[in-house]
Design a protein around this ligand. Structure first.
Ligand SMILES: C[S@@+](CC[C@H](N)C(=O)[O-])C[C@H]1O[C@@H](n2cnc3c(N)ncnc32)[C@H](O)[C@@H]1O
Length: 208
């Protein structure tokens, strides 16, 4: 079966460099256009991820690191289920400024392709939605997510189907399985941005 060509469906997928991606998102945030576009496109990544996460993490006080939080759409979805302890990180200052007031305990502007300035075993979960996509965050970030998550905690993420193999996420996931770093609880093709015929793998893993 031929792979769907999803690399040309969303303008940001053409960008390669981190500073270009940052500028694009900073502009996308003007007049809240990012949030409006996500509504118009029926972007379901945050909702689908929250639904899977709440099946496994029953403690609504869980300390959650939202990697690539953007405008906080994941926090908004999780809040509907009672979760409240969110820490966010993103490349775009403009999008971080749009996160609803008091929703996250802390917001950091960082590049997730670099080491994360957080201690080992400090979170109950890392969520990363929409951020493993063309030109964004690369597979080694998964090592960092495991490092900052407590044993028994969860890592829940989407991977745009167009980069899963091209960027080596498939190999990274196999490596982490074989090294017993984590255990797969869910991995399936989600709707994601079905209105644009772009789907994503949705994974939920328990850190060992
Ligand atoms: C499609 S948005 C998803 C945002 C949010 N999680 C959501 O679901 O609405 C991708 C996010 O990844 C961020 N991003 C891209 N490259 C990044 C990097 N190298 N480090 C940190 N964040 C990055 C962007 O700024 C943007 O907010």
């Amino acid at each position: 079966m031929s792979q769907k060509d999803v690399g040309n469906k969303v303008p940001i997928y053409k960008l390669k460099k981190t500073d270009e991606v940052m500028r694009y998102y900073d502009e996308w945030g003007i007049e809240n256009k990012y949030d409006q576009d996500m509504l118009d496109w029926n972007y379901t990544g945050p909702k689908e991820t929250a639904e899977v996460f709440m099946k496994y993490q029953k403690n609504t006080d869980a300390k959650i690191y939202d990697a690539g939080c953007g405008t906080g759409l994941v926090g908004v979805e999780l809040q509907k289920y009672g979760y409240k302890n969110f820490f966010g990180a993103d490349l775009s200052k403009k999008l971080l400024d749009l996160v609803p007031q008091n929703l996250y305990q802390k917001l950091d502007q960082i590049d997730l392709n670099k080491k994360i300035n957080e201690k080992e075993n400090s979170y109950d979960a890392v969520l990363c939605v929409g951020t493993f996509t063309f030109g964004h965050v690369k597979p080694p970030a998964l090592d960092e997510f495991i490092r900052i998550t407590k044993p028994g905690g969860h890592i829940c993420f989407t991977i745009n189907e167009g980069i899963h193999e091209e960027y080596g996420f498939d190999k990274k996931i196999t490596e982490l399985d074989q090294k017993n770093k984590w255990q797969k609880l869910e991995f399936f093709k989600s709707n994601y941005i079905a209105s644009k015929d772009v789907n994503a793998w949705l994974g939920l893993y328990k850190v060992l």
